[in-house]
Design a protein around this ligand. Sequence first.
Ligand code: AHM
Ligand code: MG
Length: 338
Amino acid sequence: MTKTRFMTLARHIIEGKKKHPEATGELSKLLSDLSLAAKIISLEVNKAGLSNILGFTGSSNIHGEQVKKLDMFAHDILVKAMDHGGHFCALVSEEKENIIHIPAKHKLGKYILFFDPLDGSSNIEVNNSIGTIFSIYKRLTSDGKPGIMEDCLQQGIKQIAAGYVLYGSSTILVYTTGESVHGFTLDPLFGEFLLSHDNIRIPKKAQIYSINEGNYLHWEDGLKMYINYLKEEDKETGRPYSLRYVGSMVADLHRTLLYGGIFMYPSDNRYPDGKLRLMYECNPMAMIVEAAGGKAINGRKRIMEVQPEKLHERSPLYIGSKYDVELVEEFMKGNSRK
Ligand code: AHM
Ligand code: MG
């Protein structure tokens, strides 16, 4: 039995604090609150396939109560778990257009939380993996008042922590505070997240690309040339690459983090800003991948240096192994390899 099996998420966070005695421990507490929400969402996601058998059909359940869509359920759980700990002055969710303010009866804190409660939710019906993504910033305005737009619209480089929870064949929580990336697998019997992936490093290069290639016709020429290049035969550079695309970003990114390669959601001539959201999809994933030694750009610049202008702003995303992201960047600049 390996030593790491006994490292729970809570203990890992406490050990991390020992290395940084200047830390207040607040981040540790809020990550613990987040992991509780993740456990509840994980249970509900696992029950999703039973909803018809148990009579949870349409919009009401056997008790005649309104059944919430799973993504709204995940949103509510996250708000409930995070709004009363005294850590946050504002929450922002994919499910709500405006900033979610902390109820007046609760203490205000110095952090801002962005989250996508259940990304890839169109995959629920077919039992594919889905995930929760989160990103944490420190407020810019002074303490004691509700967080405002200025606190929320910060560049990704200002994130102090980010992570995701993947509800797959097992549930795994991956997080970083910027120095290193760690993964914890949920033991369903004990209800504990146990360290399973210590200090994850993304391979420098790999032969996997991940993109919705059905949109090929709408891409810019540099990207078309890059994808064509990946499909050519060349032993020295490991081509052709394999294509893997789940269509659920957390699943595609988790594979990319562990196996390497590149995940892309580009802009095209119909959607100039792509599809993914900067603040709770691109930035947190960029922080994780960079902390693991990879790279994340919007096609022209580093994702985490983009100055956001809106809470739900979209951004193209090219993310993964350093070599592979730098190569697509070259092609997009018009420098193809022949
Ligand atoms: P969602 O937030 O509505 O779930 O959309 C985001 C998802 C990502 O998980 C995934 O990478 C992308 O949409 C897939 O989009 P497409 O079906 O256009 O390939
Ligand atoms: Mg999403």
